[in-house]
Ligand binder design. Structure first.
Ligand code: MG
Length: 375
């Protein structure tokens, strides 16, 4: 493997863990972070949490688990090209969605609404809370005790008010600085992954069509290329030939633009990276094309009435559960009841946020359906 760039994150120069631990054997500190994330319970739950389509709508739609793996794949490819730390990018990518509620953004909006008077709910902050506090796996500390650089990458955005409460990882929001380049990269790899797989899943669901997508320049350009290479193919094969070209064009654009940003800014180390503007970036033209694609997905897919119906149901499930537990904490499972002395609202939010889609649906039934037998 090529040598890491001087501005890449390096395990030797890490700002370390919150609780001191002996150095790992046979792997680096960032590999150890990645391994801890993969072995966490929150990571396994990603398999049954969705972003747009709920699990029972079909087996082939992305889940948060397959999404996170795609983000890690795209992130690692780009990191290798830019001589950045692949292990750190992978760790951040695999952890970035750990704090998501069931039912994607509809679930988060509902939980945030429930928590409005109690500090709110934000999935980014929750991802950090999962790795810092909620995972119970070690005798010596709560959470996974990850390195600063991984934690900073997980906390993609954050209000000034919350930043003040977060200590070291909150600092950059107050100083208006950038995170390490691996964190910047994982963030954009996330965008590449979801924009493209939402096109794929949207077509698979039948809620959007190839004809409609013809109005989106980045899609029409690449489907034309695919057609000229393979005039005789159609259906799934044509969709895939188009989407793989779209992903590749965004990956290559990000590598070229970021290399040029790094060359002109010429950071000597990670501190220079923090005080520069964001160096990992798409070209202005690709940015524009992504805006058009996002706009299409928002208006045609995320706001499609069938998606909206599912979102409305999801919001009802989340707010019903929240109301039931906070009005009568005795309904909570005992391990959560034990913690409610500290803060009933936050403990309830943690419990609900940790649920998978299907667990939340079942829990709602167990509590509200009178004909339900298993409690
Ligand atoms: Mg994501």
């Amino acid at each position: 493997m090529a040598e890491l760039a001087p501005y890449a994150a390096s395990p030797e120069r890490s700002r370390g863990r919150r609780h001191r631990e002996d150095a790992p054997e046979g792997r680096t500190e960032f590999q150890r972070d990645r391994d801890r994330i993969i072995h966490s319970s929150a990571f396994r739950r990603l398999e049954y949490k969705t972003q747009v389509f709920v699990n029972h709508e079909g087996d082939l739609f992305r889940t948060r688990l397959t999404h996170s793996i795609e983000v890690a794949q795209i992130g690692r490819s780009i990191a290798r090209n830019l001589n950045l730390n692949e292990d750190l990018v992978e760790a951040i990518a695999l952890a970035h969605d750990l704090g998501h509620t069931p039912f994607g953004h509809a679930g988060q909006d509902a939980l945030n609404e429930c928590m409005k008077a109690h500090g709110g709910f934000e999935h980014n902050l929750q991802s950090l809370r999962v790795v810092d506090i909620l995972e119970e796996r070690y005798g010596a500390f709560d959470g996974l005790n990850l390195c600063f650089e991984t934690r900073e990458g997980i906390l993609k955005h954050c209000s000034a008010k919350n930043a003040e409460l977060l200590g070291d990882v909150g600092e950059r929001f107050l100083k208006k600085q950038q995170p390490n380049l691996e964190a910047q990269l994982a963030n954009l790899a996330d965008e590449i992954a979801y924009n493209n797989h939402d096109v794929d899943d949207g077509l698979r669901s039948g809620l959007i069509t190839l004809d409609e997508l013809a109005s989106v320049p980045i899609f029409s350009r690449h489907i034309e290329m695919a057609r000229s290479h393979f005039p005789d193919i159609s259906g799934r094969r044509m969709i895939h030939e188009t989407i793989r070209r779209m992903i590749n064009s965004q990956v290559v654009d990000l590598i070229v633009q970021s290399s040029s940003n790094i060359a002109s800014s010429n950071p000597g180390n990670m501190e220079d990276v923090r005080s520069s503007p964001a160096l990992i970036a798409f070209s202005p033209q690709m940015r524009e094309e992504q805006h058009e694609l996002k706009h299409f997905l928002r208006t045609r897919l995320y706001q499609h009435y069938k998606v909206t119906r599912m979102s409305a149901k999801a919001k009802r499930i989340i707010s019903d559960l929240f109301t039931a537990f906070t009005q009568d904490p005795r309904l909570l499972p005992s391990q959560f009841q034990e913690k409610t002395d500290s803060d009933l609202m936050r403990v309830t939010a943690d419990y609900i946020a940790g649920m998978t889609d299907r667990y939340a649906i079942r829990e709602h039934r167990r509590i509200f359906a009178v004909e339900e037998i298993t409690l």
